[in-house]
Design a protein around this ligand. Structure first.
Ligand code: PRE
Length: 361
């Protein structure tokens, strides 16, 4: 009688062989796509196509029948596309570092592991690197579900000509971690980024009310610091724990279980519609009563879904404001073009920051 384990493994070997041949056939198609693109676009060829990637991933999820989950299956295809794109042309992605931060995790989630990711120390440096052409795309955080908007990112758009080419939403799980020399029962100091400390405030009050909370530049920096301190712990994510080989002593300690952060992909290209898109605009208004109400009226009239409205003081003068507005739809839709025309008539300035696929993964 044949050994059941042996025969299952033989089946797996045969399937692997088929999968491998198909992946290579797909990669050859991508190479041919690159030739077609180069023939029609020449020097200016844009290899990365966010709208197409979003459509591919959505289809993968729609037709998935399991047992692998939709997310798991999409993650596998994400990596296949990442490798195919690297074959067409390797792309360089700048992210807000250092290594081990959630922004790096977001960059990898969005572009896959075949992209070359470089860490930069500040949000405006990520913008500058992409503007200068030293990186093809940038990844910056823009809002957290518990802590709110990241003003630095919004302000960077005021003077930048870059476009938003995509978004990625990451579930943020914080863990309390220690180094191999840490005395677990003697923790008197906890390092993390200020917003992560805030996101875990209730948990810290309940479990470490006496420990000093020290805010540092990033979670990864917190993880690095505690390696040399026997009485300190850090709050950070999985990437930092892996990078610095720390032990997680308490997992998922964030106060809100659905804590998530939204990141933007910035670049030089305008992205065509993908059938499920968002648009981000920046609007300056004369400071008069009812200004915001006036501005939002066209969205109500044309029944366009607003997903976010933020107000920031303008740099040009006292008491004037710029509004950052995100909504569902793409600038190629006629309804959205009508809304934008109405908004432009009411505003003193309107800048379209980008129309891009709604985050898939
Ligand atoms: O369809 C394309 O334009 C491709 O280049 C192929 C492909 C893919 O592997 O499916 C690769 C990279 C692009 O970002 C989008 C899709």
């Amino acid at each position: 009688m044949s050994d059941p384990l042996q025969s299952l493994r033989e089946r797996i070997d045969t399937l692997d062989q088929q999968i491998q041949a198909l992946i290579n056939e797909r990669a050859q198609c991508a190479q041919e796509v690159a030739q077609v693109k180069t023939a029609s676009e020449g020097e200016q060829t844009v290899f990365y196509r966010p709208e197409r990637e979003a459509q591919v991933l959505r289809r993968v999820m729609e037709r998935n029948t399991g047992p692998l989950s939709n997310e798991e299956m999409a993650r596998l295809f994400r990596e296949i596309m990442s490798a195919c794109l690297a074959l067409e042309r390797p792309i360089k992605v700048a992210f807000l570092g250092p290594e081990g931060t959630f922004t790096q995790e977001a960059a990898l989630k969005h572009f896959g592991h075949s992209a070359v990711c470089v860490s930069l120390p500040a949000i405006d440096e990520v913008f500058r690197e992409v503007e200068a052409g030293a990186a093809d795309y940038g990844v910056v955080p823009v809002e957290n579900s518990t802590e709110g908007v990241i003003n630095h990112t919004l302000d960077s758009f005021i003077d930048s000509g870059l476009h938003i080419c995509g978004e990625v939403v990451l579930r943020i799980h914080h863990h309390l971690m220690i180094g191999e020399n840490t005395r677990r029962d003697k923790i008197s100091r906890i390092y993390s980024h200020a917003s992560s400390l805030a996101q875990c405030r209730k948990w810290l009050d309940a479990h470490y009310p006496q420990a000093e909370r020290v805010a540092v530049n990033s979670n990864a920096e917190a993880a690095r610091l505690i390696k040399s301190e026997w009485h300190s712990a850090a709050i950070a994510g999985d990437m930092a724990a892996d990078l610095y080989q720390l032990q997680k002593v308490a997992e998922k300690i964030e106060d809100c279980p659905d804590n998530s952060t939204r990141f933007l992909i910035i670049g030089n290209q305008e992205v065509p519609a993908s059938q499920d898109d968002k648009t981000s605009i920046m609007v300056s208004m004369r400071n008069q009563p009812g200004a915001l109400h006036d501005l939002l009226e066209p969205f109500r009239q044309h029944q366009v879904d607003l997903t976010r409205v933020e107000t920031r003081p303008s740099r040009s003068g006292a008491w004037s404001y710029v509004f950052f507005i995100d909504f569902r739809g793409h600038t190629q839709d006629s309804k959205i073009q009508q809304v934008l025309q109405d908004v432009a008539e009411r505003a003193s300035d309107l800048k379209i920051l980008g129309a891009y696929p709604k985050g898939v993964l």
